[in-house]
Design a protein around this ligand. Structure first.
Ligand SMILES: Cc1cc2nc3c(=O)[nH]c(=O)nc-3n(C[C@H](O)[C@H](O)[C@H](O)COP(=O)(O)OP(=O)(O)OC[C@H]3O[C@@H](n4cnc5c(N)ncnc54)[C@H](O)[C@@H]3O)c2cc1C
Length: 468
C-alpha cells in the first residue's frame, strides 16, 4: 500500500499541534518578575496543575495559588493529545491489586468512571465544553490475535469493576453500524468516554482557574523544587505546598531525570473529509476509536469531519530528548498514515494537514501515582500511561484533599503513595525501549500475516521484560 499523501509537501509538521493551530496560538500571560510567597505553588500549566488549582480554589477561595508554566497553559500533552477522555485505567490493575488489594484496585476503576463524569460536568457548568461529545469509545480487532486479546481483556475488565452496563462486545455487523473499518473481526464499546478538543478544553479550564483568582505565570521555567520553595528562571517562589505537575517534562527539574520516561506520541490529521467519504466510513458519531494492536493506535473524528490518528511512532529518543514544538520524524508520519489507510482504504488519496508529537510521562512500573512528602510540603502527580485526560481530574481532587489535610476515599486510592523505581541509565534505557517497540512491531506484522489467534511470542517476551 503506497501512502500517497506523504508525497504532499503541504502538511504542517510541529507548531505544537493542530489543536492549537485550529484556535490560534494564545497571547502569553506575564512571567514572574520578582520573588513571591504563596500558599500553593503549582509547577506546570497542564491539566494536572489546572485541576489542582481549580478544586483548591473552589474549596478554599482564600488560598493564594500560583501556577508556574514554562511556555503557556496547555503547551504540553494536555493541549496536544488525542482527545479521548476515557475511563481506561491509569495503570495496571494487577499491580495496584498486589500492593493494596483487589477491592482497592476496583475502587480506582470506579474513580475513573467518576472522573469522566466529573470532567464532562465541570466543563458544561463552567462553559468550556465546546466540541465535547460523549458517544463512548470503540476498540476494533482486525486480526484473530487481536480478537482473542480483546475478548480476554473483556473478561478481565469484568473482574476489575466494569459492570454489564459499562462495556459491550460488538460483532462485525454491530460495529459496522457505528464505523466501517477494513478487515474488522470484532471489538467492544464503552459509554465511559467523551471526545474533547484538547486545546479548547485546557485553555478553557485555564481561563476559569484565572477567573477564580489563581495567578498564572507563563514563560517561567522551574529549575529546582526544594522543601517549600521553587527556584525558577525568573525568581524564587516560597510556598506552603509545592505541586510538581510536569508529567512528561518532569526530567527538566534538578534530580528528576530518571523518574518518568518522556514517551513520544505522534499524531497526524487529515483535511476535512466531506460527506461522501464519511458516509462510506460510516463514522458519523463522536465515538473515539482504538485498535488492539501491540503498537496501539488511537483515532478521533473531529467536529469538522477530519480524522486524527495517533500512536508511538518513535516512542523514545536517546537521553530522553524530544522536539519541544512537536516536530515529528518522517518515519512516524509514514507509519501513522499507513495505518490510517489500512483501516480506511478510501482515505488513500486524502491529504494530511498537520502532524505533531508530544510527550507523556511513563513510570517504571506503568502505574500512575500521586505522592505527598508532608514534611517537605512537596506533592506530585502523573504517569497516567496515556489516560491523563481524566486521570488529571482525579489527581487534582486527590491533591486538593491531601493539601487540605483530609482523609477521604480519594486519598486512600492505591495510586496515592506509590513510588516506582527510577528508569535505568543510558544507553540501557534507549536500547531497552527501542528493542521493545521493535518487538511489538514485529509481533503486529506476524499476527496480520498468519491470522493466528494466539499472541505472537515476540510481544509476550516484550511484555514480560517491560512489565506492561
Ligand atoms: C500526542 C499525545 C496524545 C495523547 N492522547 C491522550 C488521549 O487521547 N487521552 C488521554 O487521556 N491522554 C492522552 N495523552 C496523555 C495526556 O495528554 C497526559 O497524560 C496529560 O495531559 C498530562 O497532563 P499534565 O498536566 O500532567 O502534563 P502536561 O500537560 O504535559 O503539562 C505539563 C506542563 O509543564 C510545562 N513545563 C515543562 N517543564 C516545565 C518547567 N521546568 N517549569 C514550568 N513548567 C514546565 C509544560 O510546558 C506543560 O505545559 C496523550 C499524550 C500525548 C503526548
Amino acid at each position: 500500500m503506497t501512502p500517497r499523501t506523504l508525497t504532499s509537501p503541504t502538511f504542517v509538521n510541529g507548531d505544537v499541534s493542530f489543536w492549537h493551530r485550529s484556535i490560534g496560538m494564545p497571547g502569553r500571560r506575564a512571567s514572574l518578575d520578582s520573588n513571591l510567597a504563596v500558599d500553593v505553588a503549582i509547577v506546570g500549566g497542564g491539566l494536572t496543575g489546572l485541576w489542582t488549582a481549580y478544586y483548591l480554589k473552589k474549596s478554599r477561595p482564600d488560598l493564594d495559588i500560583a501556577i508556574l508554566e514554562r511556555e503557556f497553559v496547555g503547551f504540553g500533552a494536555s493541549g496536544r493529545n488525542g482527545g479521548w477522555m476515557s475511563a481506561e485505567p491509569v495503570g495496571q490493575f494487577r499491580r495496584y491489586a498486589k500492593s493494596r488489594g483487589v477491592e482497592a484496585a476496583r475502587d480506582l476503576q470506579r474513580a475513573m468512571f467518576e472522573a469522566v463524569d466529573e470532567s464532562v460536568a465541570v466543563a458544561q457548568q463552567e462553559g468550556f465544553d465546546d466540541d465535547l461529545v460523549r458517544d463512548g469509545l470503540i476498540h476494533v480487532a482486525t486480526n484473530a490475535a487481536q480478537l482473542s486479546r480483546a475478548r480476554h481483556h473483556l473478561d478481565e475488565m469484568k473482574q476489575q469493576g466494569w459492570g454489564a452496563e459499562d462495556v459491550f462486545e460488538l460483532d462485525p455487523r454491530e460495529l459496522s453500524e457505528r464505523i466501517r473499518v477494513d478487515g474488522v473481526q470484532g471489538g467492544y464499546w464503552t459509554p465511559h468516554c467523551a471526545r474533547v478538543h484538547p486545546a479548547k478544553y485546557t485553555r478553557g479550564l485555564g481561563d476559569v482557574v484565572e477567573t477564580l483568582g489563581v495567578r498564572i505565570f507563563e514563560s517561567t521555567t522551574a529549575v529546582q523544587v526544594e522543601p517549600r520553595r521553587v527556584t525558577t528562571t525568573q525568581g524564587t517562589v516560597r510556598a506552603g505546598y509545592v505541586v510538581e505537575a510536569l508529567e512528561g517534562y518532569t526530567l527538566s527539574l534538578k534530580g528528576k531525570a530518571r523518574k518518568l520516561l518522556p514517551m513520544n506520541s505522534s499524531m497526524v490529521i487529515t483535511e476535512p473529509l466531506g460527506d461522501t467519504v464519511l458516509d462510506e466510513i460510516g463514522w458519523t458519531g463522536g465515538e473515539l476509536v482504538g485498535d488492539v494492536a501491540h503498537s496501539f493506535t488511537y483515532m478521533h473524528r473531529t467536529a469538522d469531519g477530519r480524522i486524527a490518528i495517533g500512536g508511538r511512532g518513535v516512542p523514545y529518543n536517546f537521553r530522553s530528548s524530544f522536539d519541544l514544538n512537536g516536530r515529528t520524524a518522517d518515519s512516524a508520519v509514514a507509519q501513522l498514515q499507513h495505518r490510517l489507510v489500512e483501516l480506511f482504504p478510501s482515505l488513500r488519496d486524502t491529504r494530511l494537514e498537520h502532524t505533531w508529537s508530544g510527550v507523556l510521562g511513563a513510570p517504571r512500573d506503568w502505574c500512575a501515582s500521586v505522592n505527598f512528602d508532608r514534611e517537605a510540603g512537596i506533592l506530585s502527580a502523573g504517569g497516567y500511561v496515556g489516560h491523563g485526560l481524566s486521570g488529571t481530574n482525579l489527581s487534582g481532587r486527590i491533591l486538593r484533599d491531601l493539601i487540605l489535610g483530609k482523609d477521604t476515599a480519594l486519598t486512600r486510592l492505591p495510586l496515592v503513595g506509590r513510588h516506582a523505581r527510577n528508569w535505568e541509565f543510558e544507553p540501557i534505557r534507549w536500547i531497552g525501549a527501542t528493542a521493545l517497540y521493535a518487538a511489538y512491531r514485529h509481533a503486529d506484522n506476524r499476527e496480520y500475516a498468519t491470522n493466528d489467534p494466539s499472541t505472537n511470542w515476540a510481544a509476550k517476551v516484550a511484555n514480560l521484560v517491560s512489565g506492561r
